[in-house]
Design a protein around this ligand. Structure first.
Ligand SMILES: C[S@@+](CC[C@H](N)C(=O)[O-])C[C@H]1O[C@@H](n2cnc3c(N)ncnc32)[C@H](O)[C@@H]1O
Length: 162
């Protein structure tokens, strides 16, 4: 598999998981947490699949395509290890879905961020809420789910908040 094949496979897996999760939470109350806004591609996909849903987008700094910048009250800038724990104090309801897309070329830093999310993300979700992640998240509060058809298990990670 070439690196081009690999990135295409990863993005196809991401899209399939986002589509699956959007249909799964269609009738479930609660905001969506988009952790790792980046260029805004997955945010753009989620808002197209979930019209009217409040999507809170997190990143260190704004670097999204101008067409994919969330409204000001839904854009949360700063290190997510600071901004996510502050959500409850802002009166944000438990989330129906969290999508974490935080990987970078730095394996050690990415693993540290994933470990932090595994420890802290479940508390921000409603019971039964869905987590999609580019990284494996190891938490007793998250039950791993099988990926949708056509997605290799290692390509994207799906969980249900217990
Ligand atoms: C792979 S990119 C996200 C791509 C995006 N989902 C898209 O589809 O365009 C990962 C993003 O995670 C952000 N990120 C990584 N660690 C972070 C942290 N501790 N706090 C806030 N943002 C972080 C990076 O700044 C980067 O923009």
């Amino acid at each position: 598999m070439t690196r081009l094949d690999s990135v295409i496979e990863r993005l196809q897996a991401q899209r399939a998981c986002l589509d699956w999760a959007a249909s799964r939470i269609a009738a479930v109350d609660g905001p969506v947490l988009e952790i790792g806004l980046g260029n805004g591609r997955s945010y753009d996909h989620l808002r197209a699949r979930l019209p009217g849903r409040r999507i809170l987008a997190f990143d260190r700094a704004l670097a999204a395509h101008p067409d994919c910048v969330p409204p000001g009250d839904c854009l949360v800038l700063g290190d997510f290890r600071d901004t996510l724990p502050a959500l409850a104090a802002r009166g944000v309801a438990p989330a129906a879905l969290a999508h974490s897309d935080i990987g970078s070329g730095e394996a050690k830093e990415t693993a540290e961020r994933a470990a932090w999310l595994a420890a802290h993300l479940p508390a921000l979700l409603r019971p039964g809420g869905i987590v999609l992640s580019d990284q494996s998240l190891d938490s007793p509060e998250l039950a791993a789910l099988a990926p949708p058809p056509g997605v290799a298990r290692a390509r994207y990670h799906l969980y249900r908040r217990r």
